[in-house]
Design a protein around this ligand. Structure first.
Ligand SMILES: Nc1ncnc2c1ncn2[C@@H]1O[C@H](COP(=O)(O)OP(=O)(O)O)[C@@H](O)[C@H]1O
Ligand SMILES: [Mg+2]
Length: 266
């Protein structure tokens, strides 16, 4: 695929922790407006891959390009600026802030909130108030979009697990990302919440965004993703459409077989 048709291209990403190779020469190309799945057993390196593309960890090797331009994920701010937003496997909200305020934080990241904020707070200027109003109303729109409009004034800590994950998605969307990276967004959700999540992610994609998703629920991944990459022990063992990947003997051995065996036991 040419550079124009690739949103994020990662070539040869590696990352070790001491003697442990968490990522070995991992390459992934994500096209605009697709839902791309990253799957694999626990400890396969999925979260490490997210940490590397979002600047939390410095990779030992690897080339990164966004829409054909070199991209070096360093600071969190630079990553947001470049257009990548993520959620976390272990939810990271501000529990003692309201649901609405949690989204506004994401929006502030986008609107250079710091400078305008500090000066504006001193002078209480009209433009500062207008900006705050804009952020507030856009954040309310996003809450409605993810189905949390009614909870805007509640403390984030009072939300159910599933709703907290939706709130994290709203906060990530507030930065207007080109790529939305979701680390196990369905973890802890019941079947109804998972169906709601599937619909939400499809809507986000259909509205023009690109999604990279780490997910354990094989059924959810297969039904949702346009393409998937399978990691095992830090290496890519398969990549392609869900249909192709699920028939790959290496995948069945490394992952789907084990997952199916675990499901059968449960
Ligand atoms: N900060 C870290 N320090 C040391 N080891 C780590 C660190 N982060 C991840 N690892 C190790 O790297 C491997 C991959 O972890 P991770 O990327 O979290 O896997 P996954 O998300 O696929 O379950 C695991 O063996 C894990 O223990
Ligand atoms: Mg993980």
């Amino acid at each position: 695929m040419s550079d124009q048709t690739i949103l994020l291209r990662v070539t040869g990403a590696s990352k070790s922790f001491g003697g442990l190779k968490a990522l070995s020469d991992v390459s992934i190309s994500i096209a605009p407006r697709e839902i791309y799945g990253l799957i694999g057993p626990n400890g396969a390196g999925k979260t490490t891959f997210f940490n590397v593309i979002t600047g939390l960890y410095q990779p030992d090797a690897g080339r990164f390009e966004l829409e054909g331009q070199p991209y070096s994920p360093k600071s969190i701010h630079g990553v947001v600026e470049a257009g990548i937003a993520r959620t976390f496997q272990n939810i990271r909200l501000f529990p003692e802030m309201t649901v609405l305020e949690n989204v506004m934080v994401g929006r502030h990241c986008r609107t250079q909130g710091l400078h305008a904020g500090v000066l504006g707070a001193v002078f209480r200027s009209a433009s500062f108030r207008a900006m705050e109003q804009g952020i507030r109303s856009h954040s309310r729109d996003l809450l409605a979009y993810v189905g949390l409009a009614e909870r805007a004034a509640d403390m984030a800590s009072t939300l159910s697990y599933g709703d907290q994950r939706r709130l994290e998605i709203a906060r990530a969307l507030a930065t207007e990302p080109r790529l939305l990276a979701l680390d196990e967004p369905a973890a802890g959700m019941n079947a109804t919440e998972k169906n709601g999540l599937r619909e939400l992610l499809r809507r986000i994609r259909d509205d023009g965004r690109t999604i990279l998703i780490i997910e354990h629920d094989v059924k959810l991944v297969m039904g949702l993703c346009n393409r998937v990459t399978v990691l095992d022990y830090g290496k890519v063992i398969a990549a392609g459409t869900p249909q192709n990947v699920r028939q790959d003997p290496a995948v069945i051995e490394a992952y789907l077989g084990r997952a199916a065996a675990q499901e059968a036991q449960a």
